[in-house]
Write a protein that binds this ligand. Structure first.
Ligand code: XIL
Length: 356
């Protein structure tokens, strides 16, 4: 009777259903000295409890999926909208999460005044410096690393992309951008972020040459983000080897936008094989001493960019449409539980566990 009364009173007093215990992932990631991050969107982050709980229970870091992009931050020249970025950074600070800044220079998601404007090189340099100064300045000491240059190479080729910056400032725009970012926040870690370079290949080689050249010139480049938008069945086996050669240049490396898209319909067998792929990505990061983290590109399949951008593909993330954990999450846990962290800069063959 007493027990019944206590339960009844608690049910009235407690604010909603008792939560599941939070996962072991943050502590496991911390024990290996890596961040486990997730890309977040402002709207669900501010309105959906389940969404927020996935973020705070399972991850140690966040990336703004869109709201720090130029289009949203500086929609008109000199007019800044901080509401989204402030919400993401504020949420992270309230919950002890770190923030990756994404992204400063890109060819996509630019405001019309910039994409369609005409600028001579000095104007464009000024535009770049104003933007970096405002954005990086506002979050100085709060956002520790920035994707300064995003996707500098053409989609399927090792050529430097013909974007606005390249066309107006020439090939040196990458170095100029990194220097401008360093001036805006001398403490920030500055990254080039790219896709299709996760395994070895011509595009990865071109990125390696670019990174080596920049470092030879004394340009402030501190890390490479390997995006990691993979197709199920096609996750490179040599991820660790490829990342390690960049790390050996003295750069930090990370998987910055991980998802593994599955052709529709995704069977149970697909999802369990996808778990091995998630595990492999985590193990690859652990195998490289300078791999500082892995970020997944979205909180759940319901919020993933994949169905819209890659019609016919689905189920790319570790949580399903209802925010329930999928085998992919268990794959990450397993890698972190049994994985050993690489130390020093030892080279050598990397064993790929569990790849089928
Ligand atoms: C994507 C977002 O996920 C989408 O919501 C948006 O419509 C387009 O951009 N590489 C990047 C990310 O660096 O910023 C992109 O994010 C995915 C590809």
């Amino acid at each position: 009777m007493v027990v019944f009364l206590v339960v009844a009173v608690l049910a009235l007093v407690l604010p909603g259903p008792v939560r599941e215990p939070s996962s072991e992932l943050p502590a496991l990631a911390g024990s290996h000295g890596i961040e486990l991050g997730v890309a977040v969107a402002v709207n669900p982050l501010t309105h959906e409890t389940e969404y927020r709980d996935v973020v705070t229970d399972h991850y140690t870091s966040v990336t703004a999926e869109n709201t720090m992009k130029w289009q949203y931050v500086q929609p008109e020249r000199g007019t800044f909208d901080w509401s989204g970025p402030d919400a993401v950074v504020g949420f992270a600070e309230d919950h002890g999460l770190s923030v990756r800044g994404h992204t400063l220079l890109w060819h996509n998601q630019l405001p019309a005044w910039l994409a369609q404007g005409s600028f001579d090189p000095d104007d464009l340099r000024e535009v770049m410096r104003e933007h970096f100064g405002a954005v990086m300045g506002r979050y100085q000491g709060r956002v520790a690393s920035w994707d300064v240059v995003n996707e500098p190479f053409e989609d399927g080729s090792p050529q430097l992309r013909e974007n606005l910056w390249h066309q107006t400032l020439g090939e040196d725009y990458v170095a100029e951008a990194l220097r401008a970012a360093h001036d805006a926040d001398p403490e920030a870690k500055l990254y080039i972020n790219e896709f299709g370079v996760e395994g070895s290949g011509a595009k990865a080689d071109a990125l390696y040459e670019l990174a080596s050249d920049l470092l030879d010139q004394g340009v402030p480049l501190h890390g490479i983000g390997f995006q990691g938008h993979f197709v199920h069945g096609d996750v490179p086996e040599d991820l660790a080897e490829n990342m390690r050669r960049f790390a050996d240049l003295g750069l930090d490396v990370e998987i910055s936008e991980l998802d593994v898209r599955v052709p529709e319909p995704a069977s149970d067998q697909d999802l369990s094989a996808q778990a091995d792929e998630y595990r492999h990505v985590l193990e690859s990061c652990l195998a490289v001493s300078r791999c500082v983290g892995v970020t997944v590109w979205g909180v759940s399949d319901a919020h993933s960019w994949i169905p819209e951008w890659f019609p016919g593909y689905t189920a790319a993330l570790p949580f399903d449409d209802d925010h329930a954990p999928k085998p992919a999450l268990a794959g990450m846990v397993e890698a972190l539980r049994r994985g050993r962290r690489a130390h020093g800069r030892a080279r050598g063959k990397v064993t790929v566990f569990g790849m089928r």
